[in-house]
Structure formats: C-alpha cells, structure tokens
Design a binder for this molecule. Structure first.
Ligand SMILES: NC(=O)c1ccc[n+]([C@@H]2O[C@H](COP(=O)([O-])OP(=O)(O)OC[C@H]3O[C@@H](n4cnc5c(N)ncnc54)[C@H](OP(=O)(O)O)[C@@H]3O)[C@@H](O)[C@H]2O)c1
Length: 315
C-alpha cells in the first residue's frame, strides 16, 4: 500500500494517535494528523509527508474543511485509510454522571466517528479504502465506573460491524480495533477526580480516584508497539473485530463467561464489596440503635420507623 494516504484523528502528542501517525509515515504513507490544537502536534509536523490538520469532530464545518484539505493535498485522489482514534473518556458512577457531559461523549465518540465516515465515504469508495475505528475492551464487559464510555465503545463495535457489511459491496473494508491497555496520557492527576457533593459513593471516593488515575490498570502495551501492529493489520487487509493491546484477548475470552463469574472479576478492587459492607454495617447500626431506643429509651409514638433517641443516645 505504499504511497497511500491515511488520516488519523486524535493525534495529539502523548496519545495513541500520534504513535499511529509515526508508524504509518514509516511505512511510506502520506499522513494527515488531525488535532484540535496544532501545538500538540509540533513534533509530528517535522516529519516528512505528515500534514497537520485542524479538526474538531463536533463541528460539521471543520469536518467539511478536512475533506477539502485531504482532497487538495492528494492531488484530487483522496483518502485511502480513515483512522478514527479520537474520543473522550471519563470515570464516574452512572448515577453521578452529568447528562450534558454524557451527550458530549456520545457526540465525539459515536456521532463524530460516523460524521467522519460519512464525509470521507466518497473518497474511500473511489480508492477501495479502509475505515479503522478504535474501540475498547470496555465495550465487551461491564466495568463499574466506566459505564458511559463503555456504552459508547460497545455502540462503536456494533456500528463498525454493521458498517463493514454495508460498505462491503463498495469494496471498502471496515476494521474495528477492540483495544486493551495501551500507554497514553489518559489519566487524571492525583487530586483531580471529584464526585458530586452528596454522592451515594462518597465513602469509596478514594477507590474511584484510583480508577481515574489508572492505579487499578494492568501493564500497558507501549503505544509504538501497538501502532506498528495496527499498521500491519491494515496492510494485511484484516477486517472485522481485531483485538490488540494488553489483555484484549483475555477480556474477549472472559466476556464469554457467565455473569456470575464475570461480575466478581470485574468488580474486584472497584470498591463495591467495601461499599456493600459499609451499607450492611450502617443498617446493623441503625437496627441496634432502634433496639436500644425502643428497649432502653422508648420510641416516641407517631414518628414512623426512624430511631428517636433521647438522652445521651448510643456512643
Ligand atoms: N489508551 C488505552 O489504554 C485505550 C484502551 C482502549 C481503547 N483505546 C482507544 O484508543 C483510541 C485512542 O486512545 P488514547 O488513549 O490515545 O485516547 P485519548 O488519550 O483519550 O485521546 C484521544 C484524542 O481525542 C481527541 N479529541 C477529543 N475530543 C475531540 C474532538 N471533539 N475533536 C477532535 N479530537 C478530539 C483528543 O484531543 P486533544 O488532545 O485536543 O484533547 C485526544 O488527542 C481511543 O479511540 C480509545 O477508545 C485506548
């Protein structure tokens, strides 16, 4: 596929997209590195055959400009590979998640990806090209605190596989990279993670912060190694779901387990057992308080089931 072109979204320095830009460039591709802030692609701009492209996936105008930019810089030939790597992720219990933030997440991860595919389809059909969507193992299993991100990745898998069928008659391949753990600047810094006030999870906030800071994650595959495997997948004309990055295959196999086994594996160390224990303790304390108040201090009539403690109360 020498002298072909690829557009990689989410190519800011420190992200997997940046490693993909380098890996494709080393294989002789003309590369369009798409970023929101060109300063974050300063290193890539020094590489031969790499064009930095301003792109915001939430802006139709920005996507239309990207289509024109690629068309012009490939002398009208257009794109061969569209690599959708940009996304947003956040760690938050579902009931604490902001709907506004959740919609933004889907606007970027799902609608942004589809908007790019739609915009580049004419060029990809002309060139019998490839769409590569990066998704995550989070979309295969139910991991506490990753609910919204995981839901978007699960939707990406379904969307990618459906697109594969729908674009096959036009000889456009669709590859969905179900990605495991890969080194990238994705974690919150210590002290950054916060729950909303009065969260029902505030008693395990430190465990949630550990999740957001990546302290519970296994070893990460270096981004360069991951990127060179992905480029090989594209060159080998792979299609459909492909599992890459640390623990991707393990999670794929684990996803076939019955939920009675899987739930325990995925909830381990996520604070849910601890929270259940604290809840049980709280209820026991309440029950003891009620027994004490009814036996020793007496329950005031007409106040429902709330313990009404008079005197010094339980210590
Ligand atoms: N790292 C992992 O372990 C891992 C695991 C599973 C799956 N993945 C998948 O691999 C891909 C890349 O992951 P990553 O870890 O490098 O991701 P990341 O750190 O979250 O970076 C994503 C990139 O998306 C860009 N982006 C966010 N909103 C955008 C918007 N509105 N328009 C255009 N670009 C936008 C960001 O740009 P700014 O720099 O401007 O913010 C950033 O460069 C993602 O699709 C992810 O789902 C990664």
């Amino acid at each position: 596929m020498a002298e072909k072109s690829v557009l990689v979204t989410g190519a800011s320095s420190g992200q997997i997209g940046a490693a993909l830009v380098v890996a494709f460039q080393q294989k002789g591709f003309t590369v369009f590195a798409a970023v929101r802030d060109p300063e974050k692609a300063a290193d890539l701009s020094k590489l031969q055959s790499v064009h930095i492209l301003n792109l915001d996936l939430t802006s139709e105008a920005s996507i239309a400009e990207a289509v024109e930019f690629v068309q012009a810089r490939t002398s009208g030939k257009g794109l061969d590979v569209l690599m959708n790597s940009a996304r947003v992720e956040f760690v938050m219990p579902l009931v604490d998640s902001s709907i506004v933030e959740g919609k933004r997440l889907f606007d970027i991860n799902i609608w942004g990806t589809l908007a790019m595919v739609k915009a580049f389809t004419p060029q990809l059909i002309r060139n019998r090209g490839v769409v590569v969507n990066m998704s995550s193992i989070a979309g295969l299993v139910n991991t506490p605190w990753l609910g919204l991100y995981a839901a978007s990745e699960s939707a990406l898998n379904t969307m990618g596989e459906t697109l594969r069928l729908e674009l096959a008659p036009f000889h456009v391949r669709v590859l969905t990279l179900v990605t495991g753990c890969v080194q990238a600047d994705i974690y919150k810094k210590p002290g950054e993670f916060q729950l909303p006030p009065k969260s029902i999870y505030s008693r395990i906030v430190s465990t949630l912060a550990d999740t957001a800071e990546g302290k519970l994650d296994p070893e990460m595959t270096p981004a360069e190694i991951y990127a060179s495997r992905v480029v090989a997948d594209v060159l080998k004309e792979k299609t459909g779901l492909v599992y890459r990055g640390n623990i991707a295959t393990i999670i794929r196999i684990a996803s076939w387990l019955p939920s009675i086994l899987l739930d325990g594996m995925l909830s381990a160390k996520r604070g849910l057992d601890e929270l259940a224990k604290l809840e049980r303790k709280g209820k026991n304390w309440l029950r003891s308080a009620m027994i004490i108040s009814s036996g020793t201090f007496g329950v005031q009539p007409g106040r429902g089931t709330q313990p009404q403690v008079s005197g010094n109360g339980p210590r």
